[in-house]
Design a protein around this ligand. Structure first.
Ligand SMILES: Nc1nc2c(c(=O)[nH]1)N[C@H]1C(S)=C(S)[C@@H](COP(=O)(O)O)O[C@H]1N2
Ligand SMILES: [Mo]
Length: 396
């Protein structure tokens, strides 16, 4: 996989540095200033370019300052992460005609999205967050996209509860321990499907909340976000939320696809993945500040951010303007959209001139708070340490 650094080295940064040198600028320039924004890839040309950082054609991140106080992340600002190429847009030409195969039920069969729409509908607000969100904050610089905070959004998903579909098919077979979803990408011939297929298993307890969604934020799920149908596993990291889902199976074992067997697991830096290492499944409590990010005017400063509990509801969030020495409780903004949603927060602080380290720390309904530091793991998953997620603000 191509990461951001290789792109930078190979591409614009090198070129621009020499161009600047030729123009007589000897001093090193900050990366952000030297890097020209990459254009949006065609399949997401409809997105708001100004809100996004284009890491590659498969990885787009929402800028930290572009997350508003309105709870739901608009589709045109939501991050994108594809492990393989997005399918052809012909798959959304007839959305209701998209077929999904069901297995591990007493009466297994394929069912169309049109028929799924007769079996019930439910809406859940859920944080969609890449397992690697926060990877840039690990000091061992794991390979992979160096996401900071923007590989996450809060999204409304509408569709049929998986439970209702299973009931309509006679119930689960005996011995079900996992729900396994398969993405609808076509794997190029000659390549081993096990290496590339996006197929993930989650514990069967997730059956209680899984939704097969055809709508996102009140509109048909865009192809780029998994239309015509996406399997949403609320409270679980992004990779478990299978786009263009074409098969759902109740299984006794986890899939042996590479993305499940050896990838997306937590193991020590320098180690090697094994199937006994924990899979990235349930999300943990997390928060970050969205404003101010760099500068602020001395006096009353309105600090905003978002906080979520992951698998559990978020119950409170505190903010510190002195790097975590002293804390004050922030207020949540707007309606509570349920345990899987994030909650925007606000606090007004009196800040004198000077440099301040602003940090936020959320606590979930189980009483679990974000840790100060987060123990590194080889691939850089699941970082929720509050210190690294802080911002340094120059107040003048
Ligand atoms: N079919 C399929 N589903 C997928 C992926 C994929 O590449 N193919 N990527 C996963 C990963 S790693 C993440 S973080 C989320 C990204 O969802 P988004 O692109 O809608 O933001 O989708 C997940 N589901
Ligand atoms: Mo991801």
């Amino acid at each position: 996989m191509e990461n951001n650094l290789t792109l930078k080295r190979r591409g614009f940064l090198v070129g621009s540095a020499s161009a600047l040198a030729a123009a007589g600028f000897g001093a090193p320039v900050p990366i952000a200033a030297a890097q020209e924004a990459k254009p949006l890839p065609d399949y997401v040309a409809w997105k708001n370019a100004g809100s996004l950082i284009v890491h590659s054609d498969k990885t787009l991140e929402t800028k930290r300052g572009e997350i508003g106080a309105g709870i739901i992340t608009p589709a045109d600002r939501l991050y994108i992460r594809n492990n393989v190429n997005v399918p052809d847009d012909s798959i959304v030409a007839d959305r209701d005609g998209w077929m999904v195969e069901f297995a591990g039920v007493k009466e297994p069969r394929s069912i169309s999205v049109g028929e799924l729409k007769t079996l019930g509908v439910e809406t859940v607000a859920a944080v969609l967050q890449c397992s690697g969100n926060g990877r840039a904050y690990f000091e061992h610089k794991p390979s992979g996209t160096p996401w900071t905070v923007g590989a996450a959004g809060c999204v409304l998903w509408s569709g049929v509860p998986l439970k209702a579909v299973i009931e309509a098919m006679g119930g689960a077979v005996e011995g079900t321990r996992f729900v396994t979803g398969t993405g609808g990408e076509v794997i190029p011939e000659g390549l081993d499907p096990k290496d590339l297929i996006v197929e993930r298993s989650v514990p069967a307890e997730a059956l209680e909340s899984i939704i097969l969604a055809w709508e996102m934020n009140g509109a048909p799920v865009p192809l780029a976000h998994g239309g015509p149908l996406r399997m949403i596993v609320p409270g679980y990291t992004g990779v478990n939320n299978i786009k263009y889902v074409k098969k759902v199976a109740l299984t006794e074992n986890e899939t042996d696809a590479k993305i499940q067997a050896t990838r997306y697991r937590i193991y020590p830096v320098g180690g090697k993945a094994s199937t006994s290492d924990p899979s990235v499944w349930k999300m943990e409590v997390k928060s970050w500040i969205t404003s101010p990010l760099e500068v602020a005017k001395a006096g009353k400063v309105q600090v905003t951010g978002v906080a979520f509990g992951g698998f559990h509801a978020v119950s409170s969030v505190e903010v510190s303007a002195d790097g975590g020495e002293t804390w004050k409780k922030a207020d949540f903004v707007g309606p509570d959209l349920g345990r899987y949603a994030w909650r925007p927060f606000v606090i007004s602080l009196d800040l004198p001139a000077g440099r301040h380290t602003l940090v936020s720390r959320a606590t979930d309904s189980e009483g679990k708070s974000q840790p100060r530091e987060f123990e590194p793991n080889q691939s850089g998953y699941s970082h929720n340490g509050w210190l690294a997620h802080g911002v340094t603000v120059d107040v003048a």
